[in-house]
Design a binder for this molecule. Structure first.
Ligand code: PMP
Length: 404
């Protein structure tokens, strides 16, 4: 592998007040640290402009409604959606997938239908489908991985049948960083008339995403992994699918007219946003999207890919280290050290001021297929640079000496 990768920092670490000097935060795949513009947007939302949305007759509320809906438009533009009406604000990717499982899968699937997932999915892209499948009598099939730990699209082509009504796949794996050829996966799904949902949690912070170009049917992501607040996320769906879906939850805001005889529902996206939403969360997400687009998603992708390359090159020199995932994984590296539990790796690295994640990463079926109970995972963000990789490698060398 080339050592001529550009791992110079993006020079944005000063934007992140919660990252002290000398702390290597390598857990962005779990949640990203927040840049000052996001913190400012949230603070302003509560300290200066706060009011409810969609209901108030007074100016402050009308202004907040405009700001909330401006965030929806910003998300639509960010992911190449046709219209802001295709953007449903949810709590996060988990809620977005559950919404599709309940409002689309439970309505559209019947006994004997099949759902196609892959070995590397996060539990939140497995369990909601199992719950829906149990309800309707559908079955789940699992696409295996290639030798270099990508979702095997040749195997998918061989497995898929007209009984498959839904395919749900991670656009980028949260454990391995493998990037899906999402357009090809969509073409394969559509060849049998199946819909495809992409779990974009790890993709959206790391690469430019255009749902129209990908030709998918549903796309979900979480704001907090995109440098935005927790408690806000996005479900995008084709308008005709949203139009045909019944609501997820009943309550205020999602109705057209309520009588005790019959209630009619608002059109999407309001139909899926019962109750007072995470108003300020949407403003923070707007600021987060502005922030990453100012840096440039292509630059972020190149930068994180370079950090992964440097990490993999250094760790591959250490005999006891096993690396998982493809060489060109996006911003995420999983590894194990022979004879050392990943939790011990994480604890020793913490002493070295390096924060990584250790565990099953909410992907127990993937752990089983890799033949390990857990891995250690380093994941990068815009604030990381070569010095963080050096700190990680020094820490791992210390782990190997301690357990040597
Ligand atoms: N899918 C993937 C690939 C993830 O990495 C995560 C978060 N670890 C989720 C889904 C769930 O996201 P959240 O917990 O924000 O709903």
């Amino acid at each position: 592998m080339s050592t001529l990768v550009d791992t110079r920092p993006l020079d944005v670490v000063a934007d992140f007040p919660a990252i002290p000097e000398g702390w290597a935060y390598l857990d962005t795949a779990a949640t990203a640290q927040k840049p000052q513009p996001v913190i400012d947007a949230v603070n302003r939302g509560y300290a200066e402009t706060y009011a409810t949305v969609h209901r108030g007759v007074y100016q402050r509320s009308a202004d907040m409604t405009l700001a909330y809906e401006a965030a929806r438009k910003r998300v639509a533009r960010f992911i190449g959606a046709g219209s802001a009406d295709e953007i449903v604000f949810v709590r996060g990717a988990t809620e977005g997938i559950n919404l599709v499982a309940q409002c689309w899968a439970r309505e559209q699937l019947k006994a004997g239908d099949r759902i196609l997932l892959s070995t590397l999915e996060h539990h939140s892209n497995i369990v909601p489908w199992q719950m829906a499948a149990e309800r309707v009598g559908a079955m789940i099939d699992v696409i295996p991985l290639t030798a270099d730990h990508r979702i095997d699209l040749d195997a998918m082509t061989a497995m898929i049948t007209p009984a498959h009504k839904l395919v749900a796949l991670a656009h980028v794996s949260n454990v391995l960083g493998s990037v899906l050829d999402a357009k090809r996966a969509a073409d394969i799904a559509h060849s049998v008339g199946a819909k495809i949902l992409l779990d974009g949690c790890q993709a959206v912070p790391r690469m430019a995403v255009d749902v129209t170009a990908l030709d998918c049917d549903f796309y979900v992501f979480s704001g907090h992994k995109l440098y935005g607040p927790t408690g806000i996320g996005v479900l995008w769906a084709r308008p005709e699918l949203l139009e045909a879906m019944p609501p997820y939850q009943g309550g205020g805001s999602m109705i057209d007219r309520v009588t005790f005889a019959k209630t009619t529902y608002a059109p999407p996206p309001g139909r899926f946003e019962a109750g007072t939403p995470h108003i300020v969360g949407a403003l923070g997400l707007h600021a987060a999207i502005d922030y990453v687009e100012r840096i440039g998603l292509d630059r972020i992708h190149a930068h994180e890919t370079a950090l992964v390359a440097k990490t993999r090159e250094a760790l591959s020199q250490i005999n006891s280290v096993t690396l998982y995932g493809p060489e060109d994984s996006a911003g995420i590296v999983s590894f194990t050290i022979e004879g050392v539990h990943p939790h011990d790796i994480g604890t020793i690295l913490d002493e070295e001021r390096v924060a990584i994640r250790a565990g099953h990463h909410c992907a127990q079926p993937l752990m089983e297929s890799l033949g390990v109970p857990a891995t250690a995972r380093a994941s990068f963000g815009v604030y990381n640079g070569a010095a963080d990789v050096d700190a990680l490698v020094r820490g791992i060398e210390r782990v190997t000496r301690i357990f040597g």
